[in-house]
Design a protein around this ligand. Structure first.
Ligand code: GLY
Ligand code: MN
Ligand code: MN
Length: 437
């Protein structure tokens, strides 16, 4: 792994010219007086260092004569470690994490200028730590005064996402291995949930079993709050109360994934409770499934990212017209977003260190990002007919037998050299298969 992190830094530094980049770790958030939250490293920081402690700063200075990668870390201090856990310390930050130089974090203000003063640009992301933002601004202002007299120094300050996030968008083999592991655990948990989807079970019981499995398999826990939504709860996109008992004839929408080694699974399936979809449920299910099938078929290098969503919307809208939920020409209905009462979210997001991973979805104001091998995206169309849903202007009401039906099908898809690979194929989605229990 040490080499992997080194390669990532090298790739970033290759585009940095005569600049210096400063990355701040996540802070140890404190909740309710003295109780510590579980620590979760900042994803950019982790991507470049693999270093998993708070109160740290990483500096990349490719033009510096001696030190290109510098870590500022919490020193070893047993009185603190006995409360909050062992620290790597200054010496091992070099040995284990490959830093050319390491210092105690307390020396930041004193040691930082030597790595900034000859750069012509600083890369820094203004984060939630206001005090630290002020520290960096102060350093920069002092270097600007220096520039006024000496004619060198960083005159520009830029967010590192312009350079770093395109790199994070394309996953390495090492990253894909971790993603496959996170997904394998997520798939296993969905199998468990599918087995449990019987009348009388509470949504939270299924949630508990899934999250128990996440942890038992070595994951950190859920990648995001697990959604276990039966009946009309499936029409609430972020339903996380998970408090209702399943009833025969319900649909059960489960959107849950495991976080493992900082990577995430993100899977949604909509199961029939008691083993069989009702007639209306099945019709909606088939439309969403077809929307997803055609959307996934758009995934290959060179195709625009937007084609995935556009294709899903096209199929969903045609379905809505057929069912009489919408009246009009598909093109017009799509342009005027008349489908939004029943499909209100986007079809895809990038997936990686963050569940909604970094990386721009557009190249510029007009053009979509182009798909390329190594990207991982979700494909998650749905249709939601909430009990009290209001149709768009000049559109018909939906008849009562369709109300309370919510379906989403979500897979995680890798862009390959020739097309795509559905990483989440281990959990079935064909209705016949899901009815087989
Ligand atoms: N569960 C979060 C998402 O699907 O985007
Ligand atoms: Mn998702
Ligand atoms: Mn999801």
């Amino acid at each position: 792994m040490k080499d992997e992190y080194r390669q990532r830094r090298e790739r970033l530094m290759a585009n940095m010219a005569k600049s210096t980049a400063i990355f701040r770790s996540a802070s140890l958030a404190v909740m309710h007086r003295d109780v510590e939250h579980p620590f979760r490293q900042d994803s950019d920081f982790f991507y470049l260092t693999g270093f998993n402690e708070p109160e740290a700063v990483a500096v990349l200075a490719p033009h510096h004569e001696e030190h290109r990668f510098i870590l500022f870390v919490q020193p070893k201090e047993w009185e603190k470690e006995v409360w909050s856990g062992y620290r790597v310390g200054v010496e091992d930050a070099k040995a284990i994490y490959g830093a050319d130089e390491a210092y105690p974090i307390a020396e930041l203000e004193e040691k930082l200028p030597q790595y900034l003063s000859k750069a012509d640009r600083l890369y820094y992301h203004f984060g939630i730590d206001e005090l630290f933002n002020q520290t960096i601004l102060k350093q920069w202002q002092s270097l600007l005064r220096q520039y006024a007299k000496k004619g060198f120094g960083p005159t520009a300050l830029e967010d590192p996402m312009t350079l770093l996030h395109p790199l994070r968008l394309v996953k390495s083999e090492t990253e894909l291995e971790l993603m496959r592991k996170a997904i394998a655990i997520s798939v296993e948990a969905h199998h468990l949930a599918w087995d449990m989807a019987k009348p009388g079970i509470y949504e939270y019981e299924i949630q508990a079993e899934m999250e128990y499995l996440f942890r038992r398999r070595g994951g950190v826990g859920p990648a995001y709050p697990s959604i276990v939504a039966s009946g009309a709860n499936a029409c609430v996109l972020h339903y996380i109360e998970n408090s209702r008992a399943l009833e025969a004839g319900d649909l059960l929408l489960i959107d849950a994934g495991c976080s493992y080694g900082y990577y995430n699974g993100d899977i949604t399936r909509t199961y029939p409770v008691g083993g069989k979809y009702g007639m209306e449920q099945r019709v909606i299910y088939e439309i969403v499934l077809e929307a997803q099938r055609q959307a996934i078929a758009q995934i290959k290098p060179g195709n625009p990212f937007s084609a995935v969503h556009d294709t899903a919307v096209q199929v969903l809208v045609e379905g809505m017209i057929e069912l009489g939920f919408l009246v009009g020409e598909p093109e017009e209905l799509i342009k005027e977003e008349k489908y939004k009462p029943y499909y209100m979210h986007r079809t895809s997001h990038w997936l990686g260190l963050d569940v909604h991973d970094v990386g721009a979805y557009k190249q510029n104001e007009e053009e979509s990002q182009v798909l390329q091998p190594g990207q991982v995206l979700t494909v998650e169309p749905g249709m939601y007919i909430a009990p009290l849903v209001k149709p768009a202007e000049e559109q018909p009401e939906v008849p009562p037998q369709w109300r309370g039906i919510g379906v989403r099908i979500e897979d995680d898809v890798l862009v390959t050299e020739n097309g795509y690979e559905v990483l989440t194929a281990g959990i079935p989605k064909m209705p016949e298969e899901l009815e087989s229990k």
